[in-house]
Design a protein around this ligand. Structure first.
Ligand SMILES: Nc1nc2c(ncn2[C@@H]2O[C@H](COP(=O)(O)OP(=O)(O)OP(=O)(O)O)[C@@H](O)[C@H]2O)c(=O)[nH]1
Length: 804
């Protein structure tokens, strides 16, 4: 079976088990290989996918086959190990990215399970940046879905090598070939099929085994729990059609690798005599590893986690193709927020670690999950948190098994572990050694995540005065865990408010307050976080004149306000904050003249305070921000305004920073009232992916009932612009491959409807879309800004908010 490689390739040739228990669950025994902390044998990996693709189902099998659990947890029965929060078990979804360590064939895998729901994109982002590699799980029926693309892009931003597992091939309509084509077309990644599924066409059972194209073996699993895996050499007499297909698959694999990797070309000509079938499995694996680590390609495997088919080869692929921490580029940190520094992975280097997640345990207190990038954390060590500038003491170090944990003596560079005892560290903080005297100690940051502005809020009311402290404490813990959750007090009502990324996000917070923290509190209706702006210009003179304890404090200023739109181009002279452009004219006077000016203006007292120019500037800025914090209609923050303060005059000895700020804030508030205040609502960019037959109903729903504006329609497999994305490559297997698709898996081209829709109209869209498309549609959305609403709608919102 000798064949030449493609022309392109030729051209390019040349201890003791568990000692510590956080919950009351049963003690478990950890495999000894997880105690091997050597870097080449460590894999920090995550599982990323669209909601419901089967991440948790697959992970549960991984834990079972690795010997961590004694039986397989079932998502549908609500008894999984990874989804341990009550709220997760009830809903059957993953919310907190639970981290777990287990051994596989002498290696140590730190696995982080991540949520697929759009409300928890921040959780994914937090997890993704500490990963060294990722397994992408795709639903073999739905293919590459909207949220898959979002999480894929997130992992791409961090340059994380990935493998893919096409799951659910037992289901009617599953299509492996089509899913692989979608990896190519939608994710713009080069898929390399390492397996082809054996479909049972007679009884329509879907997948019953897989052909391994690397070893040219047939793999089959027992019908019980899938723990016994039988490998037999593929042969023509026994496997007939599948054997022929496997040969085509093997040749396609070698050809594709040859385009990406010179190493395999050499093996092909020098060791395999130009025969695709004689390239050894080991040589193929080495080549696959090289191209995966270089992010040139994505090895693809397949199966059905639910039917216990295909999971062990995914674990093998994690070891074979995903990087150890030593094979990743050095971490990037910032010093003083501007200079960049690389943190090479050195076990004996200076300690540098990132707290990527904080959870709360009722017995142990805060558990801080860290990734150590350099150096080593020991028990009882004193750390320095560079983000909040404080010393922290390590009490215990743990290795997690979902909710259970084991004491470990240290966490070395490249590893993930949990610290108990840190009091102030929050998600996203950087930790270094306390006695590190180098200049980078206090200002080195491993880079925080930008948190989008919250879209929803709700009021929280403790059930009684005696409950207030417990609720406050619980909220403090929850915000430490989750930086996308905000808590504040409404000035008018004195109510505590929480805001977050979405309805589900806040619902989960509520569940956790009540069930995990056992607080007695009422959470009010989820409300949309609107914004306010002005429709016209206004200029006002503001003054502040107060006597406090016999001392007179007086200031005057002019405030001008004007609305700006998204296209506004500032000349660089403004301070930009929350979509507002702030300007302050302090005049051309220099420091000494300014002080004289203050003195000469002092008409009420002879001993005027000598505020520096910088103090005055800061006081004005504080006033501007506080004036813009609450709108005139419903008290929402203002945005899309240009505000200018000038002609500031101060009088008297007590014309303090506070008086200037108050004068400016009063001026801003007065100007807003005069400039035609109006409400703005969050606008979402929505991508809805549907079968062609459903386009009509989806478009009319979005543009009619949901008040959206459809901006485009494109085939979900359209090739968009992407440098380096080669379109003329043949990807195996083809989308209509009979063998790779289940009998009824007829190929349907999907279309993506792109629309801008007000957030308020997107409430309940998941259910609406499900009924419009019979469950085949999926969508993703993100906030793109704030849009004006009609006067009628504004009236409705005001009445609803004020409770008329
Ligand atoms: N038929 C079939 N169903 C599966 C398979 N894998 C998962 N499921 C089902 O798909 C649903 C979702 O599975 P999960 O494992 O919770 O998916 P997930 O990706 O973890 O979902 P989130 O945690 O919500 O992001 C459950 O009802 C599973 O039983 C599979 O291989 N075949």
């Amino acid at each position: 079976m000798a064949m030449l490689l493609s022309r392109h390739a030729i051209r390019t040739r040349l201890s003791r088990p568990v000692t510590y228990l956080l919950s009351n669950q049963a003690t478990r025994t950890f495999a000894s290989d997880v105690k091997d902390f050597s870097i080449p044998k460590t894999r920090n990996i995550g599982i990323i996918a669209h909601i419901d693709a089967g991440k948790t189902t697959t992970t549960e099998r991984m834990l079972y086959y690795a010997g961590v659990t004694k039986r397989i947890g079932d998502i549908d029965d609500g008894d999984t190990v990874m989804d341990y929060l009550k709220a997760e078990r009830e809903r059957g979804i993953t919310i907190n990215s639970a981290a777990i360590t287990f051994g596989w064939k002498g290696n140590r895998i730190n696995l982080i399970d991540t949520p697929g729901h759009v409300d928890f994109t921040m959780e994914v982002e937090r997890a993704v940046r500490v990963l060294d590699g990722a397994v992408t799980i795709l639903d073999g029926v739905a293919g590459v879905e909207a949220q898959t693309e979002t999480v894929w892009r997130q992992s791409e931003r961090y340059g994380i090598p990935r493998i893919a597992f096409v799951n659910k091939l037992d289901r009617t309509g599953a299509a492996y070939g089509r899913t692989i084509q979608e990896i190519w077309k939608k994710l713009r990644a080069r898929p390399l099929a390492l397996q082809i599924p054996l479909m049972d066409s007679t009884e329509g059972k879907g997948i019953i085994g897989v052909a391994d194209l690397v070893t040219m073996e047939m793999i089959q699993w027992d019908h019980m729990d899938g723990s016994t895996m039988q490998r037999t050499a593929l042969d023509d007499a026994k496997h007939g059609e599948l054997y022929q297909e496997a040969i085509r698959g093997r040749m396609a694999l070698v050809e594709s690798l040859a385009e990406l990797d010179d190493g395999i070309v050499e093996v092909f000509f020098e060791e395999a005599d130009g025969d695709h079938m004689r390239v050894s499995a080991d040589a193929l694996k080495e080549s696959l590893r090289r191209v995966t680590l270089d992010n040139k390609a994505v090895p693809v495997l397949c199966g059905s986690a639910f039917k216990n088919l295909g999971v062990q080869p995914v674990l093998d692929a994690v070891i074979d193709y995903l990087p150890s921490p030593a094979e990743r580029p050095a971490a990037l940190a910032t010093i003083d927020g501007t200079k960049h520094a690389l943190i090479p992975l050195e076990e004996n280097g200076k300690l540098c670690a990132l707290a990527f997640k904080v959870t709360h345990d009722s017995r142990a207190g805060p558990l801080v999950y860290v990734k150590v990038y350099s150096g080593k954390i020991n028990k009882r060590m004193t750390l320095y948190n560079t983000t909040v500038d404080c010393k922290e003491r390590v009490n215990k170090l743990l290795q997690m098994y979902a909710r259970e944990a084991e004491d470990i003596p240290f966490i070395t560079a490249g590893n993930i572990g949990v610290i108990v005892g840190l009091k102030n560290t929050r998600t996203g903080d950087t930790l270094v050694q306390s006695n590190d005297t180098s200049s980078i100690k206090s200002n080195l940051q491993l880079g925080n995540i930008d948190i989008p502005s919250p879209a929803f809020f709700a009021a929280i009311e403790p059930a009684s005065v005696s409950e207030e402290k417990a609720v406050d404490e619980a909220l403090k813990n929850l915000t430490r865990e989750d930086p996308s959750l905000k808590v504040w007090t409404d000035e008018d009502s004195g109510q505590t408010l929480i805001s977050g990324m979405g309805e589900l996000h806040l619902e989960i917070v509520k569940d956790r307050l009540i069930n995990d923290f056992k607080c007695k509190a009422e959470v009010g209706k989820m409300r949309i976080s609107y914004r306010e702006t002005c429709q016209s210009e206004a200029a006002v003179s503001a003054s502040y004149d107060r006597e406090v304890m016999g001392k007179r404090s007086k200031a005057k200023c002019q405030v001008e306000i004007l609305p700006v739109d998204e296209d506004y181009q500032d000349d660089g002279s403004s301070i930009v904050d929350s979509g507002n452009y702030l300007q302050m004219d302090l005049g051309e006077v220099d420091e000494s003249k300014e002080q004289q000016h203050q003195k000469s203006s002092a008409s009420l007292s002879s001993d005027s305070p000598q505020l520096s120019r910088e103090e005055v500037r800061r006081a004005i800025q504080t006033g501007l921000l506080s004036g813009l914090a609450r709108g005139a209609i419903l008290g929402f923050p203002l945005t899309k305004l240009k505000v200018k303060v000038h002609n500031l005059e101060t009088f008297g000895q007590d014309t303090s920073v506070g008086s200037i700020s108050a004068c400016v804030a009063n001026g801003v508030q007065e100007a807003i009232k005069q400039a035609g205040p109006c409400l703005l609502e969050p606008m979402m960019e929505v991508h809805t992916e549907v079968n062609e037959s459903d386009i009509g109903s989806v478009v009319s729903d979005l543009s009619g009932t949901r008040r959206g504006h459809v901006i485009g329609l494109e085939s979900s497999t359209t090739d968009g612009p992407n440098s380096g994305y080669q379109q003329d490559v043949e990807v195996y297997p083809p989308k209509d491959s009979l063998l790779a698709n289940s009998e009824v898996g007829e190929y349907k081209t999907k279309q993506v409807v792109k629309a801008h829709v007000p957030l308020s109209s997107m409430l309940g869209y998941s259910n609406g879309l499900r009924s419009l498309t019979g469950g085949s549609g999926s969508f993703s959305m993100r906030v793109i800004g704030y849009g004006q609403m009609s006067k009628d709608r504004e009236r409705g919102v005001v009445e609803e908010m004020r409770g008329y």
